[in-house]
Write a protein that binds this ligand. Structure first.
Ligand SMILES: *Cc1c(COP(=O)(O)O)cnc(C)c1O
Length: 377
């Protein structure tokens, strides 16, 4: 067997007729940039998410950058985010001359710890960037309350949890990415809603922020060749929008397929003390962008080799927390600053999870993981 982390070929084969037809339309019109399908997809996504404005852009990193550019932050302003995430989150903070303030995560959900956010707030804090890691939401009741009390912006990095639902204490439900002042996502091919190249989007209900961000992604112009803001060039191209427009109606089914695989794994590993399966917080559902185990006294490198030798892809998200990354070395932090993130980075492993998995593959993978884990110490 040869089992990839994500089976993009298998999913394409299933949707090929529709996707080929929509891509062909773009080719026939030669409307490669700003074709009508880009606005159509944005409208479809607004409706799906229940949000006023979806602003397409070039990728998920740009989406974060544009969101921060729209908040008129000044160099030295502090932005609080999690140390256990993909680098893009902190990268754009640093690029804009802002100060990333890192905090630790909760051991069960691996998401940002609200009490750690509270402790990290200073007079310079301007924004919080929670990341909905691996496909489940961070605690947005708490985070929005902290933001309200301290007059802070919240930008949700929703690159990994598009389609997830958040249930508030009062019982109301919102889509991940539509709760903060701004939400961002990525359409990188392996994301839950993946294009066939780079892509991203920004979400907001705020008309003024939306107008500004629409200009910022397009060189800061509202009227052609009149530049009201310093902007960037960040577009979702028409071919990507065509692919995404076909895939969006399938997004909830994609999440179901991922949950089926996750449940299979959960049952398979339930009796094994050396493996902690993913824990979903009560206020969110999980769309399993990644299926990530925490190993207890298992030789992780050995397990990785054992799996790879049998054609089973596997990965470590993330092997080094942000505060231990060379490029982000900072006197404020040292080894041991964020013990939970450090422990997780040494003990997590992610298994293949995607929309095309078969029971045969799931059994093969679970058996291989159990075989090694139960005999390792
Ligand atoms: C993928 C990802 C991004 C960046 O998205 P790109 O489209 O690759 O730029 C940002 N944040 C998180 C948490 C991600 O997983």
């Amino acid at each position: 067997m040869n089992i990839p982390m994500v089976d993009l070929q298998g999913q394409y084969r299933r949707l090929k007729t529709e996707i080929d037809r929509e891509i062909q339309k773009v080719l026939d019109n030669a409307s490669f940039i700003n074709g009508s399908v880009v606005a159509e997809f944005a409208k479809d996504l607004e409706k799906y998410l229940g949000i006023k404005h979806v602003i397409p852009c070039g990728n998920g990193t740009d989406a974060l950058q544009v969101a921060m550019m729209a908040l008129d932050l000044k160099p030295g302003d502090e932005v609080i985010t999690t140390t256990f995430t993909f680098i893009a989150t902190a990268e754009v903070i640093a690029l804009l001359g802002l100060t990333p303030v890192l905090v630790d995560v909760l051991e069960d959900t691996m998401n940002i710890d609200p009490s750690a956010i509270r402790k990290a707030i200073t007079s310079k804090t301007k924004a919080i960037v929670p990341v909905h890691l691996f496909g489940q939401c961070a605690n947005m009741d708490e985070i929005m309350a902290i933001a309200d009390e301290n007059n802070l912006f919240v930008i949700e990095d929703n690159a990994q949890a598009i389609g997830a639902n958040y249930t508030f204490k009062d019982g109301s439900v919102k889509k991940a990415g539509t709760i903060g002042h701004i939400g961002t996502t990525s359409f990188f091919p392996s994301k839950n809603l993946g294009a066939y190249g780079d892509g991203g989007a920004i979400f907001t209900n705020d008309d003024k922020l939306a107008e500004q961000m629409r200009a910022v992604v397009n060189h800061g112009m509202k009227v052609r060749y009149y530049h009201d803001y310093v902007g960037i060039n960040s577009r979702l191209d028409s071919i990507q929008a065509a692919v995404l427009k076909v895939k969006l109606p399938h997004l909830d089914d994609f999440a179901k397929a991922r949950n089926y695989a996750a449940n299979y794994y959960n049952s398979a590993f339930a009796a094994c003390e050396k493996i902690t399966t993913p824990i979903t917080a009560k206020f969110t559902n999980h769309v399993f962008h990644q299926y990530t185990l925490i190993l207890n006294n298992v030789d992780r490198a050995g397990l990785q080799k054992h799996l790879s030798d049998q054609g089973i892809s596997n990965a470590v998200y993330y092997p080094v927390p942000l505060h231990q990354q060379k490029a982000y070395k900072d006197d404020r932090y040292e080894d041991g600053s964020f013990p939970i993130a450090e422990k997780l980075s040494n003990n997590v492993i992610s298994l293949p999870i995607h929309t095309e998995m078969t029971d045969e593959q799931l059994k093969f993978i679970s058996d291989a993981v159990l075989e090694f884990s139960t005999s390792s110490n």
